[in-house]
Design a protein around this ligand. Structure first.
Ligand code: 3AM
Length: 215
């Protein structure tokens, strides 16, 4: 099984700009700049075959490139007990359209709907009992933060490995918005995962095909 989500990744210029925001809240667990992303759709744990189905569905997405601007900061969680600190995005119809296309592709692959409304953000830190006044001061100080404008021409299927020191996100497949696959995915896990799945289940597939009278 593999834990997956779909997200935008960012060029170095954006990562550096976001990294400069990662200070000033005691007790915050700041995200490593390598791991910054904007989640389009959380998928969860799937087997190799489902992963391949999801990836095939994602690879059919085509739409024009668009610009994105990160803007301002906020928190999730109770006002007095925030659990994450993030950077937001200036309202962006193209980003919403991409999110809908990704969501539809994931739903078509048989993954359960995500009931949460899409709230585009880049998580900067997880918070646990951070002092309320320091969070307030941080939010005021960075309220007008505006990141460099960036062109979005691709999105990424990530795996998420939950380790004792936090989640490790690995880009598994990169999809260009013009419909092509980018070459820079880290490794071809889908072939490996799917092959392992097929080896485990191949006999079952053949038995099922025979039961249904397939050739
Ligand atoms: O992009 P961010 O950091 O806000 O919190 C997880 C992270 O969000 C979220 O998916 C992103 C990549 O792991 N996530 C984790 N479990 C989730 C779940 N069950 C989830 N989102 C929705 N449902």
């Amino acid at each position: 099984m593999i834990r997956l989500f779909v997200a935008l990744s960012f060029p170095d210029e954006i990562r550096q700009s976001l990294a400069a925001l990662c200070a000033g809240v005691p007790g915050a667990r700041w995200v490593n700049p390598d791991q910054f992303h904007l989640t389009l759709r959380f998928i969860g744990e799937v087997d190799g075959r489902t992963a391949r189905t999801v990836s095939d569905a994602l690879s059919t997405i085509i739409m024009p490139d668009f610009d994105l601007e990160l803007f301002s900061v906020g928190t999730f969680g109770d006002r007095r007990k925030a659990n994450s600190l993030w950077v937001g995005v200036r309202p962006n119809a193209a980003l919403n359209r991409l999110q809908e296309k990704v969501d539809n592709a994931v739903l078509r692959s048989g993954i359960a709907p995500d009931r949460r409304k899409f709230a585009p953000h880049v998580t900067l830190a997880r918070l646990n009992n951070a002092p309320f006044d320091r969070i307030g001061a941080y939010l005021s100080h960075h309220a007008l933060y505006a990141g460099p404008r960036t062109r979005c021409d691709r999105f990424t299927l990530y795996s998420s490995f939950l380790s004792s020191s936090g989640a490790i996100y690995t880009p598994e497949q990169v999809y260009r918005l013009d419909g092509g696959l980018a070459e820079d995915a880290e490794h071809d896990w889908m072939a490996d995962e799917a092959e392992a799945w097929d080896q485990d289940h191949g006999d079952w597939d053949k038995a099922e095909a025979a039961a249904y009278g397939a050739e």
